[in-house]
Design a protein around this ligand. Structure first.
Ligand SMILES: *[C@@H]1O[C@H](CO)[C@@H](O)[C@H](O)[C@H]1NC(C)=O
Ligand SMILES: *[C@@H]1O[C@H](CO)[C@@H](O)[C@H](O)[C@H]1NC(C)=O
Length: 475
C-alpha cells in the first residue's frame, strides 16, 4: 500500500534513465491532463481565448511579501462555515469539478449515522464517515490498519484507493468501490461507519491536488499538443515552446476557473474546499498522524527504490538528494515565493517540471501549510492530529482517544489488543547510519516555519521541539 505514495508519476519517472526524453515528460503531462480529451482543432481557438485573458487576470506570479511567508495568514480562529458559506462552497465545487458534485445529494439520510443517501435509481450510497488523511512514513497507515479492526468500522475497495489524492479517479468510481460497505451500513444504520485510510489525502501539493485544478489540465493538454506539433514542424524544442506558451496560460486558465467559481485562488482553490462541498452540512471526521518531517523524509528516501536507486542508499546519498531538492525549492521560491512553490511547483514552468519527482516528498512535510487551508473548510473540532511519538509509545491509549474522537464505542482490552496487533509499523531506516548534519541543517531551515505553524494551529507546543534538534541526532 505504501507504494501509492508515488502514484501517478511513478511510470514516467521510473524510466528516468533517459530523463531528457520528451516522450517521458509527455507522459507526465498527459497524466496531469488525463481527465480531458480535447481535439487538436480546439488548440488554436483555446489559445486565442486564453491569451487575452492572461494579461488581465489576477494571477500575480511575482514574489510578494505575503507569498514569501511560507505560512498563510496568521489566522488562528476557524469556525464552522455558515449554511450560506457551505452553499457558496458547493456552487464553487460544481464549477471546479462538475462530476464530483453531480452524484452528491442535497442532504444525507439523517437517520443513518454514516453519510448515506438513496440515489434516484434507488441505490443506497455512502461516503466515508472519517478519514485517516496521512501520512506515509509517519504512522498513518499503521493507525488505519488498527482502526479496521474496530467492530463498528467498515472498509471497502476505496478505503485505500487514494481517491482525493489522485485526480484521475472520478466520484462515480469512488462510490462504486464502496458499494459493499454501503450494504453493510444499510444493514446496521445506527452503528456502522465507513473509513477512508488513504494516506495521500492530507497533502494537496500539485500532484495530489489535481481535482481542484482541472482548469489547468484542460488548458495544458491542447497547448502541450500544439508544442509537440511545432517541434515536428518548426523544430522548436517542446520545453521552450511550453515555457513560452503553456505554463502561464494554463495557470491563467486555472485562476480564471476559480474566479468564475467565486473563490480565492490561493486560499480556496484546493481539495479541502471540494471535500467540504461534497459533505455539505455534515463534515467528515479527519485524523492526521504527524511525525518530525526530517526523519519522515529519511524514511521515505530509504523506503522508495526510485530515490535511493538514483542517489545511493547511504546517508551521503540522502544528503545529495536533500541538497538537490531543497536547492530546487529555494530557486523556485526566489521567483514565486515559498507558498506558491509548495502548492503549484511543477505547474510554474519547465525549470520546476524538470526537478526529480517535483520535490513532492519535501512538500509532504510542510504540515502547517496544508492544515491551515484544511481548517478553513473543516474546522479544528473535526480534526484529531496525533503526534507519532504518542502513537508509537502508547498505541492503545492513543487508540482509545481516537475511538472517542470518532464517537465509536469503546472496546474491552482484548479487542483493543487485537486492534493494536493489526498495525505493524514498517521501518526503512533500521541499520542505516544517522543522516549527515548538512542534510539535517538544510531540512531544519526549510521546515522550521511549518513546524511552528503546526504548533500554533494545534496548540501543541511539542511541534516547536522539532526545530531544536541536536545536529548529530540519529534519524
Ligand atoms: C434512510 O435510511 C433508513 C435506514 O436505512 C431507511 O429506513 C429510510 O428509508 C431512509 N430514508 C430515505 C429517505 O431514503
Ligand atoms: C510568465 O509569468 C511570469 C510571472 O508572472 C513572467 O515573469 C514570465 O515572463 C511569464 N512568461 C511568459 C512566457 O509570458
Amino acid at each position: 500500500m505504501t507504494t501509492h505514495v508515488v502514484h501517478r508519476r511513478l511510470t514516467p519517472h521510473k524510466q528516468q534513465k533517459s530523463q531528457n526524453s520528451w516522450a517521458e515528460r509527455c507522459l507526465s503531462m498527459l497524466l496531469i491532463a488525463a481527465s480531458v480529451a480535447l481535439g487538436c482543432a480546439v488548440v488554436s481557438a483555446l489559445l486565442r481565448t486564453f491569451q487575452p485573458f492572461s494579461a488581465s487576470l489576477p494571477v500575480v506570479l511575482q514574489p510578494k511579501e505575503s507569498q514569501n511567508a511560507p505560512g498563510l495568514s496568521t489566522q488562528l480562529v476557524f469556525k464552522e462555515p455558515s449554511p450560506e458559506e457551505v452553499s457558496r462552497l458547493r456552487k464553487a465545487a460544481q464549477v471546479l469539478d462538475p462530476e464530483l458534485m453531480e452524484q452528491i445529494p442535497e442532504a444525507f439520510n439523517s437517520s443513518v449515522r454514516n453519510p448515506c443517501w438513496t440515489s434516484p435509481s434507488g441505490e443506497f450510497k455512502c461516503l466515508p464517515y472519517f478519514y485517516v488523511t496521512g501520512l506515509f512514513h509517519a504512522g498513518g497507515l499503521t493507525l488505519g490498519n488498527m482502526l479496521r479492526e474496530h467492530p463498528e468500522v467498515v472498509v471497502d475497495a476505496c478505503t485505500g484507493c487514494q481517491f482525493w489524492g489522485e485526480e484521475g479517479k472520478k466520484m462515480g468510481f469512488y462510490l462504486d468501490h464502496m458499494r459493499e460497505a454501503a450494504k453493510a451500513i444499510q444493514a446496521a444504520p445506527d452503528t456502522k461507519v465507513l473509513m477512508d485510510g488513504s494516506a495521500s489525502t492530507f497533502a494537496f501539493y500539485w500532484a495530489g491536488g489535481g481535482k481542484a485544478h482541472r482548469g489547468f489540465a484542460e488548458a495544458m493538454q491542447p497547448c502541450y499538443r500544439s508544442c509537440v506539433d511545432s517541434m515536428h514542424k518548426d523544430k522548436v524544442p517542446v520545453e521552450e515552446c511550453m515555457d513560452k506558451k503553456c505554463y502561464n496560460m494554463s495557470l491563467a486558465a486555472d485562476v480564471q476557473r476559480a474566479v468564475s467559481a467565486g473563490i480565492d485562488y490561493d486560499t480556496e482553490a484546493h481539495n479541502p474546499l471540494l471535500v467540504r462541498a461534497v459533505y455539505g452540512n455534515r463534515p467528515p471526521k479527519m485524523i492526521l498522524v504527524v511525525r518530525d518531517p526530517i526523519p519522515r523524509l529519511y524514511s521515505a528516501f530509504m523506503g522508495y527504490p526510485h530515490y535511493y536507486g538514483k542517489y545511493g542508499k547511504t546517508s551521503a546519498g540522502f544528503t545529495a538528494y536533500v541538497k538537490e531538492q531543497v536547492g530546487a525549492f529555494r530557486t523556485c521560491a526566489a521567483s514565486y515565493g515559498e507558498r506558491r512553490c509548495a502548492l503549484l511547483f511543477e505547474a510554474l514552468g519547465a525549470r520546476e517540471e524538470k526537478v526529480y519527482f517535483h520535490a513532492d516528498q519535501l512538500m509532504r512535510g510542510m504540515y502547517g501549510l496544508f492544515l491551515e487551508i484544511w481548517y478553513r473548510f473543516i474546522p479544528p473540532t473535526n480534526w484529531m492530529v496525533v503526534h507519532s511519538d504518542d502513537f508509537f509509545s502508547q498505541p492503545k491509549d492513543t487508540l482509545k482517544r481516537v475511538i472517542d474522537f470518532l464517537g465509536l464505542k469503546q472496546v474491552d482490552d482484548a479487542a483493543l489488543e487485537k486492534m493494536r496487533a493489526a498495525g505493524k509499523p514498517n521501518t526503512y531506516t533500521t541499520g542505516q547510519p544517522p543522516m549527515e548534519p548538512e542534510a539535517r541543517k538544510l531540512l531544519a531551515e526549510l521546515y522550521t516555519p511549518y513546524n511552528s505553524m503546526l504548533a500554533k494551529l494545534t496548540g501543541d507546543k511539542r511541534y516547536e521541539q522539532w526545530n531544536q534538534q541536536p545536529p548529530a541526532q540519529q534519524a
